[in-house]
Design a protein around this ligand. Structure first.
Ligand SMILES: [Zn+2]
Ligand SMILES: [Zn+2]
Length: 344
């Protein structure tokens, strides 16, 4: 079968590999129908994910149809349309039982698919702990509507969930990339008084203004003054930092009001300075990433009810045979791309 493979730093290649087989009684084999490219795939390509194993098939955001299940799998069966969770988790350890599945202590726990084991930019993928990692797509929900459930939407949902947002709040979201937009969609479900979205890219601002006209948008340069003028208590009640730059990290706590919650969703490429003397007396609560991706059933229900719609994020579609072109487009932010769907 065709797979998109991490060969070495800077090099991904479409490659022929044998179809995966069940290796454990809790595994499932999924025939991938639609996959997507995530910025984490680019991090692997650039060599900034040291635990990524050369030779693995990349891709950790996909949907498909269950082809085969191991003898211990009970939640899904062959023929089921499913979302695949980016995180592998056992469901039984201390952290899994508390819902902190990102810190599952199983040796395969955490981000394994498309990083340490073969992922889903391929015709088939083997999913360990299939009862945890797969969720049935409700009838009436298309593959395109469900494509982001296991990764970027899971992240946005988790970020909104832990941020303790109330209906009186002014919420500032920094960054309107795919994860920022998914975060926005999930913050909107909490019905805060105001949402301000800070973004530097004009294409993305245009996308937000077009699709979500009720959301206020602002550039990073104007952000601090704008938030001050458009909040009730001298800053945002909740800030979600989804951009991942040094300047945006600083902006996140500068724009927060005293005793605000600052949720750091972004993955930074280097350490950030937390200048405690500058924020002394501000009494901020910081919450940090990564995603505990265990709410997929709930997000699928919200999609089925029409309360979350991530389909507009798919701006381009390619066949697996042309995935290198899709990467080029996504990596170089060509043609106003937000997300790419790859038909496998
Ligand atoms: Zn991802
Ligand atoms: Zn676990």
């Amino acid at each position: 079968m065709q797979t998109y493979t991490y060969v070495s730093k800077g090099k991904f290649e479409l490659m022929e590999k044998p179809k995966p087989v069940l290796m454990h009684e809790r595994d499932a084999i999924v025939k991938v129908t639609l996959a997507s490219i995530c910025s984490s795939d680019l991090h692997i390509k650039h060599g900034s994910v040291p635990r990524a194993v050369p030779g693995i098939t990349v891709g950790h955001e996909m949907v498909g149809v269950v082809e085969e299940v191991g003898s211990a799998v009970t939640n899904v069966k062959p023929g089921d349309r499913v979302t695949v969770n980016v995180e592998t988790f056992c469901g039984e350890c201390f952290f899994c039982k508390k819902g902190y599945v990102n810190n599952c202590t199983d040796e395969n726990g955490g981000w394994a698919l498309g990083c340490r084991i073969d992922g889903g930019q391929a015709e088939y993928v083997r999913v360990p702990f299939a009862d945890q990692g797969l969720n049935k797509i409700p009838e009436g929900v298309t593959d395109r509507q469900a494509l982001f459930v296991g990764d970027v939407l899971a992240t946005g949902y988790w970020a909104a969930r832990i941020s303790e947002i109330t209906e009186d709040d002014t919420v500032l979201i920094i960054g309107a990339g795919p994860t920022g937009i998914c975060t926005l969609l999930c913050v909107m479900l909490k019905k805060p008084k105001r949402i301000i979205l800070c973004e530097k890219d004009e294409n993305r601002i245009h996308f937000i203004n077009e699709h979500y006209p009720e959301v206020m948008t602002v550039s990073p340069e104007a952000c601090a003054d704008f938030v001050l003028a458009n909040s009730d208590h001298g800053g945002a009640d909740v800030v979600l930092e989804v951009a991942g730059a040094e300047s945006t990290f600083r902006l996140s706590w500068e724009c927060a009001r005293p005793s605000a919650i600052v949720t750091i969703v972004a993955l930074y490429e280097k350490a950030q300075l937390l200048p405690l003397p500058d924020m002394y007396g501000k009494n901020l609560t910081f919450k940090t990433g990564g995603v505990d991706g265990c709410d997929c059933k709930e997000t699928l229900r919200l999609i089925a009810e029409g309360k979350i719609d991530t389909e507009p994020l798919i701006t381009h579609t390619y066949p697996l045979s042309k995935i290198a072109e899709a990467y080029d487009l996504f990596e170089n932010k060509k043609d106003g791309v937000i997300k790419v769907a790859v038909e496998c």
